[in-house]
Structure formats: C-alpha cells, structure tokens
Design a protein around this ligand. Structure first.
Ligand code: DMJ
Length: 574
C-alpha cells in the first residue's frame, strides 16, 4: 500500500538525492581556481605595493603613469609638485594601509620593516590641513589594526621587539583629532590641521558619514589606551547625529557642525552616508552595546522602506521620504556586504547582481549611473579602483559558498589587469566608456580592493577567528573583553562567516532576533536564511483587523498592511 511520506522523510530524501548531484570534481575545480586566483591577486598587490615603495614612498600615494607621488591625504594633494612645502614628505599612508594586507599575505618581513620605519619616521606634528574622516579610516584604522595584528601571538609577525610603537602613533594621532570635536553640537569639523587644530574660518559643513563613522577606530583606541576621550567624543557625535534624524528615521547627507542644521536633505546609502550605517552595525558587533543595534535597526528599516526599489536603491528626501535621485553609484556596492552581516542574504544577493551587471556592462563600475535616464552621469564616468563590489562579493561567498561569486571575483581580477594595470602600478579609470586612465593609485586599492579579492579566494586568515573589517578594510578582532555586555544574540561563530563546507543555519548573529526568509541561490539549492527586517505578523495565519496587526515582509523589508478581507500582505504599492 502506498503511504505518503512524512515531510521530514521527504527532506532527508531530498538531501540524499542532492548529495548524488554534487559532483566531487566540481569542488576540486573550485579549489584549483581559488589557488590560481589567489596567486594572481597576490601579484596584483605586489605590483601596486612595490611600485609605490619605489616611486612614491614615503609620500601618500603613487602616480603610476608618471611614476611619481601625490600627498593626497592632506589638502596638499591638490597642489602641483613644485608648490609642495619642501619639509613635508607625506604620511606614508599607502604603507600604513598596506600593513594589514601584508599580514594577511603572511609577509612577516615586509610587515616588520614597515612597522620599524613608521615607528622611527612617522610624525604627525606637521602643519597640514587634513580631512578627519579620511585620516581616521586610513591612518588611525591602519595603525590600530596593524598594532592588534602585531600583538596577536598567533601571527608571529614581529621577530624583533615590538614595544607598542604603532599604538603610540595612533594615540598621538587620536589626540590631534580631539579639537575637531569642540563644537556646540559635539559633531566634529570635517577638516583639522595636525599642528594647529581647527583653522580659523574653517568650513562648518560635514557629511553624515564623515562625522558618523569614527566610532570603530576611536572606540578601539580608547579600549587599547585606557583613555576614554576618543570613544566618548565619537559616541557623543554619533548620538547627536542620530538625534537629528527625521521622524522617518532618515538622515540627510550634509550638515552644519555649529548650528546642527541639515544642509542637504536628500540621502541614500551611497556617498556621504554609506559608512554611517556600516559603523552602527559594526560597532554593535565590536562593542556589544545594544544601543548601536537599536539605532542600526531603525536606520536599516527606514533605508529599506524609503530607498529600496527592488534590487536598487534611490535617494529620498529625509523629511518626506519622497524619492529624489534615481542613481546607481559605485560606493553603494558595499551595501550587500553589510546586508550579509545583518543576515539579509536574499536582499544582498539581488542587489549584488545589479552591481555586477553594471560591472560587466562597462568593464568596471562607473561612479554614478542614472537609473531614470539609463546613462552614465556625464561628469562621473570614472572608476578609481574602488573595492566595494569585491567586498560584497567576499561577504556573499562567505555566507553562501556559492561558486558563482568566485566567477564574479575572477571577472573583476581580469578587468583590473586588462584595463588598469600599467608598468608603474594600477591606475584609476578616468572614463569607463573609453577606459582612458588617470594618474592615481589610491591607497584603498591595497587596503581593500586587493585584500577582499584575496580573501575571496583564500579565507584562511579569517577562518576560525572573529574579525570585523573597518570601512577601509582593516581587520579588528572581536574580543569579548571589549563587550560591555555580550548581546543576547551573540554566538561564538565567525563574524566574517568563514565556513568550511556545509551550510550552517543562522547566517549571522543578528539572525537570532528575526525570522526566516528565502535566499535564492544560483548554483546551489534554495536555502532558508534569516532577514533582519522581518517583523512577523501578529497572528500565525496572517489574519488582521488593522495594519497594526501586520509586520514587515522578510524579503522586501516593506511594511505589510491589512487587506479589506482581513489578511496581511504587501497590498500598498511601492
Ligand atoms: C574607502 O576609502 C572607504 O571604503 C570609504 O568608506 C569609502 N570608499 C572608499 C573606497 O571606495
């Protein structure tokens, strides 16, 4: 007699039959590809690094076409070579930014050499005006991350003695940041002079990301030095910024640090705002304060509600929530990576596909593409070797182990070598329609682009360790001693989701707070993943009396509403 199978048995049968479909040779092919690609990326990094060390060091960044340098971290970057002050040799920012990558590549000799040089030569007592945000993510983040890597005994990066020199440099730098925070709002000036503090008649305009993404580096500095001033200053600014949000939980893009007024009301997830979201989430992971999670959750839900349109994100007015600009920008491509950390893998996957589609169409990703006009922004046709798409690809591969992401990485490596490699390093693309180059190799190419591509193909450095990456790609180890209180949802997994094979349930620590959604997967079968934005309907059968009984949809993150006949659903048009 035929007896229907219990659903559990069907599931087991499915797994068994699925096992038969897995071709063991395909795993081998992936492993071989990973090894080859890892070596290609390593070559890319050293081509960029060696040329920097030969032609630009100790200045800030390499000009790979003319094999010269630019001190781009300070406003001096805008000056012509002959107008540069003769007593300033830059901040060696590309070297500082390369240290964590050198550690990941296992190059102990070069790491140690770099640490020694910096401890003897890097000085911040110089009369230059610098951008606070850039110095924070590149210099402070680079120094702190390298310090943590240097003192981690498992790395054995330093053979000689290490006496916290990098931390002392970081502390000196951090102290030079503090005068910027002396404003009526506590929100820091965007620019500061290393030697003189805030300059007279300094601009009072800053961006949301500029003043709202300092907490990881400054918080870490306080934890390491025991001096609470850095973390307090960054946190005070962040809280004030959050207080300035609209009733829709949206923030603008630029504001005045003295009056606390918004200057630009339109905002989205890209330029001027991006790392603000990233740092709320990552600060929660690093410091374990529920407060960060609460802010992030509200901000994230609002972003899904007001910016998201299918896989794309447009900008919206912070007061009305009405769409303003319909643009796909290169900087937005970090967002799917952040969504992986949140556990919203389905949404991450669909947006990532759009960004990669843009990459495939143009060979690299243009800075700004006008979605409503279906054309590249006339003045923003460039691609300055940005890392964001590689970053998201790395996170998505970690979360899904879908080999399709390896193909994406391979395509990116090919394009970078084909279009941007020159004898003196890697050059930015001035115009993606002609692939005309520009004489600039940004330090984030070494800190992020090469690092994320390498980690995509070889994650052994992050495997079995808890790291979070700063917005500039510098790893900071997550330590329970830094958690004031472990969040309820903490589990001792890897925050980078390094997995060695089988799927694990619960894509991220955030997942314990939320309910499942489905993540489509191109090569593998569909898997249940978790979505941070999902708020379940009041009743399990989705019946309702009013909108209040309905939650937030797991896949689209849109608020559900109650239909005329009493069922929760996505009844409201987008
Ligand atoms: C990097 O300096 C950082 O990732 C920053 O947050 C914004 N983007 C650049 C690289 O594109």
């Amino acid at each position: 007699m035929f007896r229907p199978l219990h659903p559990k048995h069907v599931y087991i049968c499915f797994l068994i039959s699925f096992a038969f479909f897995i071709d063991p040779s395909s795993q081998h092919v992936d492993d071989v590809k990973k090894q080859q690609m890892r070596e290609k990326v390593r070559e890319m990094f050293y081509h960029a690094y060696d040329n920097y060390m030969t032609y630009a060091f100790p200045h800030d960044e390499l000009k790979p076409i003319t094999k010269s340098f630019t001190d781009s971290l300070s406003e001096l970057g805008n000056l012509k070579l002959e107008h540069l002050p003769t007593d300033y040799n830059g901040s060696a920012v590309t070297l500082v930014e390369s240290l964590s990558s050198l550690a990941i590549f296992g190059n102990k000799t070069e790491f140690e050499k770099g640490v020694l040089w910096l401890s003897e030569n890097l000085k911040f007592d110089v009369d230059v005006r610098v951008n606070l945000f850039e110095c924070n993510i590149r210099l402070l983040g680079g120094l702190i991350s390298a310090h943590l890597l240097a003192i981690d005994p498992t790395n054995r990066l330093i053979q000689g003695s290490y006496d916290n020199q990098l931390l002392r440099l970081a502390e000196d730098l951090g102290k030079r940041f503090l005068p910027a925070f002396e404003t009526p709002t506590g929100i820091p000036y965007a620019w500061i002079n290393f030697k003189k503090g805030v300059m007279e008649n300094e601009t009072t305009e800053t961006s949301t990301s500029g003043c709202g993404s300092l907490i990881l580096e400054m918080g870490a500095l306080s934890r390491l030095t025991g001096d609470p001033r850095f973390e307090s200053a960054a946190l005070r600014a962040l809280r004030q910024l959050w207080r300035m949000r609209s009733s829709l939980d949206l923030l603008g893009t630029t504001l005045d640090v003295v009056t606390g007024e918004w200057l630009e009301y339109s905002s989205g997830i890209g330029a001027g705002v991006d790392s603000f979201y990233e740092y709320l989430m990552k600060a929660y992971i690093l410091f374990g304060k529920e407060d960060y999670w609460r802010m992030f959750r509200s901000a994230y839900l609002a972003s899904q509600k007001y910016f998201r349109y299918g896989p794309w994100y447009h900008e919206a007015n912070m007061w009305s929530g009405k769409p303003t600009y319909w643009q796909l920008t290169s900087l937005q491509a970090f967002w799917p990576g952040l969504q992986v950390l949140v556990g919203d893998v389905a949404a991450a996957n669909s947006s990532h596909r759009e960004f990669f589609h843009a990459w495939e169409k143009f060979g690299v990703i243009p800075e700004r593409y006008l979605l409503d006009h279906q054309m590249i922004h006339p003045t923003e046709r460039y691609y300055p070797l940005r890392p964001e798409l590689a970053e998201s690809t790395f996170y998505l591969y970690q979360a899904t182990k879908d080999p399709w992401y390896l193909d994406v990485g391979e395509a990116m490596v090919k394009s970078l070598n084909r279009y941007t490699k020159v004898a003196g390093g890697f050059a930015s693309v001035r115009d993606v329609t002609t692939m005309q180059l520009e004489d600039h190799q940004h330090s984030f190419f070494l800190a992020e682009t090469c690092k994320y591509l390498y980690l995509l193909f070889d994650d052994s450095f992050v495997a079995k360790r808890n790291y979070i990456f700063t917005t500039e790609g510098h790893p900071l180890q997550v330590m329970s001693s830094w958690h004031d209180k472990l969040p309820e949802s903490y589990f001792s997994g890897n925050w980078t989701f390094s997995k060695s094979g089988a799927w694990e349930s619960g894509a991220s620590a955030m997942s314990m707070k939320v309910c499942p959604s489905i993540a489509p997967n191109s090569r593998l079968h569909e898997q249940h993943r978790e979505s941070v934005c999902h708020v379940p309907d009041q009743k399990i059968d989705h019946k309702c009396w009013s909108n209040r009984d309905c939650g937030v949809d797991a896949t689209t993150c849109r608020q559900r509403s109650c239909s005329e006949v009493g069922f929760c659903g996505l009844w409201n048009p987008l």
